[in-house]
Design a protein around this ligand. Structure first.
Ligand code: SF4
Length: 295
């Protein structure tokens, strides 16, 4: 049996269920869920998506959202800038495309925050188009299937993977195929300990049972009190998000709530620069006596 048939057969018995995996999904829901799924665990997205859609049921409602509205609804998802870019994309769809999300890669990629992954995922999952969707799980599965990898950290480049991937995608079931590869990567062909003995593709996989587990080198980010700035930015936004709209907090109170201890003198400069940047990015508003979430 070929890989495509084997994997689809496995998927039909083992598919994970998620709120965004439905027959003929609303393209708007696909755009929202695929934006959320970048860099956020599926379980968190499964929890946040229905609440987000309750607040913004259509692309028009999202297009009208203020920064503060959309940041509040992004609770628990992290990487808050995605929320603002998604709202900007909704605005562009309403203003320039009559409220219909475009169906071509170049037009999709002209929308704010929509890059190669989101545009391909959108066409595949909203319209079942035969395009290659590469996320971290999918990249790993194809790399191991494509050639004998030595370690769990090895992957091939996208340029090499795309033609390889194209040869597997069934013309009429591109969405189902990609869900299947994603599920295989998340549950069987995992990053650190692939369960090759349970894998439906084991017979055709050149990396079957030979991968040496190695830790991936972590990217170092500039740190403050042992944590990267990105985490601190999220903490400050979380504290403000918990306040009722337009509530202003003193800067010292915001810091103490986020850090659990007061700001020290030699930390003032870092704190001021971080808040300035959050304001520039559209998340917060610095006021004469304090700070609040952006309007
Ligand atoms: S046989 Fe092992 S390495 Fe190959 S796809 Fe399956 S789980 Fe991944």
């Amino acid at each position: 049996m070929d890989c495509t048939r084997s994997l689809l057969r496995w998927y039909r018995k083992n598919a994970r269920t998620f709120p965004w995996r439905i027959e003929k999904p609303d393209p708007y829901v696909v755009l929202v869920s695929e934006t959320m799924l970048q860099q956020t665990q599926t379980s968190r997205v499964a929890e946040a998506l229905p609440k987000f859609l309750e607040r913004f049921p259509t692309i028009e409602t999202l297009a009208k959202a203020t920064n503060g509205d959309v940041i509040r609804q992004w609770k628990g998802l992290g990487y808050n800038s995605r929320a603002l870019r998604l709202r900007d994309a909704a605005k562009a769809v309403v203003a320039d495309h009559g409220g219909i999300i475009p169906r071509s890669l170049p037009l999709l990629q002209s929308l704010p925050g929509v890059g190669p992954y989101t545009s391909a995922a959108f066409l595949c999952f909203a319209h079942n188009k035969k395009v290659v969707v590469l996320d971290v799980n999918v990249r790993r599965v194809y790399s191991r299937l494509m050639k004998r990898q030595r370690t769990t950290a090895d992957t091939e480049t996208d340029n090499t993977l795309i033609p390889f991937a194209e040869s597997f995608i069934p013309a009429r079931s591109a969405a189902e195929w990609h869900h299947a590869v994603m599920d295989l990567g998340a549950t069987i062909c995992t990053a650190r300990s692939p369960a090759c003995t349970s894998c439906p593709l084991a017979q055709s996989c050149p990396s079957n049972s030979i991968l040496i587990n190695v830790a991936r080198a972590k990217k170092r980010e500039p740190e403050f009190r042992g944590d990267p700035r990105r985490l601190w930015r999220g903490r400050f936004i979380d504290v403000l998000r918990r306040c009722s709209p337009r509530t202003e907090l003193k800067l010292s109170v915001l810091f103490k709530r986020a850090a659990g201890s007061p700001l020290l003198d030699d930390e003032q400069e870092w704190y001021a620069a971080t808040l300035e940047q959050l304001q520039t990015d559209g998340f917060i508003r610095l006021m004469p006596k304090g700070v609040r979430l952006a309007d």
